[in-house]
Write a protein that binds this ligand. Structure first.
Ligand SMILES: NC(=O)c1ccc[n+]([C@@H]2O[C@H](COP(=O)([O-])OP(=O)(O)OC[C@H]3O[C@@H](n4cnc5c(N)ncnc54)[C@H](OP(=O)(O)O)[C@@H]3O)[C@@H](O)[C@H]2O)c1
Length: 249
């Protein structure tokens, strides 16, 4: 029987590209985000792809900021699918924020979506996997979890915290046959920021999704995307001289 992958934040960018990539790999899909119209358009696009007309594609409206409803909404989605093999915790936001300039609400918003929303999603998935006897949890963190970036303090903090959460979860959940895959993307051209082209080594969402799917199918604990040059640079990121980031202001 075909495997099933559930993706949050599937209405655009990396999540949408992952949905298209996994569809072409024969997976049934559960797709969640706030913009239901985008998910329905994506479902229509997927079932027209060669070989995809018989895939099951379920969509549901989900706002991960409403942490109390994340579990019930995702469990409704899961119950519409025959089985749930992989859950990709992808929904996220980014915003340049300056510290001490009246942007506390924006910073708290990043923490709400990227960390609290992600943790709520992980809990919903793990509760389901424990009852099902196993599964694979995938978290889309960031290389920004490894290095301090000016005007990205809150974003970096959310990703560093989420990475640590995933690393702890990987150990805790092993005995329940739940594998955890942490994905660390570099710069991927999406709508998350409007000036992505000025960042180094940018790749398309399609290329990123292809590499991510390979890491996920191999059930790797960590996947750096794109692999090159970031796999080579990863050990240096935590010790990056602050001057390197200055040109990106
Ligand atoms: N692009 C990069 O360079 C990059 C690098 C490292 C990590 N990442 C991470 O990759 C993930 C996807 O980002 P992206 O670049 O693909 O950005 P994107 O194109 O802006 O997509 C973000 C997705 O998250 C969803 N989302 C945002 N807030 C949500 C909420 N409150 N509830 C439910 N869904 C929500 C959006 O859907 P709705 O608006 O329809 O809800 C959208 O589908 C994020 O976690 C991001 O931090 C991206």
């Amino acid at each position: 029987m075909s495997k099933t992958v559930v993706i949050t934040g599937a209405s655009s960018g990396i999540g949408k590209a992952l949905a298209l990539e996994f569809a072409q790999r024969g997976y049934n899909l559960g797709l969640a985000a706030r913009r239901l119209d985008k998910l329905e358009a994506l479902r229509a696009e997927i079932v027209l792809l060669p070989g995809c007309q018989n895939l099951q594609v379920e969509v549901i409206e989900l706002d991960v900021n409403q942490t109390d409803t994340v579990g019930p909404v995702l469990h409704t989605l899961f119950s519409h699918l025959n089985q749930v093999d992989v859950v990709i915790v992808n929904a996220g936001v980014n915003k340049l924020t300056s510290i001490g300039k009246g942007q506390l609400n924006e910073e708290l918003g990043l923490i709400q979506t990227n960390l609290l929303g992600a943790i709520a999603t992980v809990n919903a998935a793990v509760e389901w996997f424990k009852q099902a006897g196993g599964g694979q949890l995938v978290g889309i963190s960031s290389l920004a979890s490894l290095t301090p970036i000016p005007k990205q303090a809150a974003y970096c903090a959310t990703k560093a915290a989420f990475s640590m959460y995933l690393d702890s979860a990987a150990i805790e959940l092993k005995k329940y046959k739940i594998d955890v895959t942490k994905i660390l993307p570099g710069f991927v051209k999406t709508d998350i920021v409007d000036n992505m082209d000025k960042f180094p080594f940018v790749v398309s969402a399609e290329q990123a999704a292809k590499e991510m799917a390979q890491h996920i199918e191999k059930r790797r604990s960590t996947g750096v995307v794109p692999a090159y040059p970031w796999k080579l640079l990863k050990p240096l990121l935590a010790n990056m001289p602050s001057g390197v980031w200055r040109y990106m202001k």
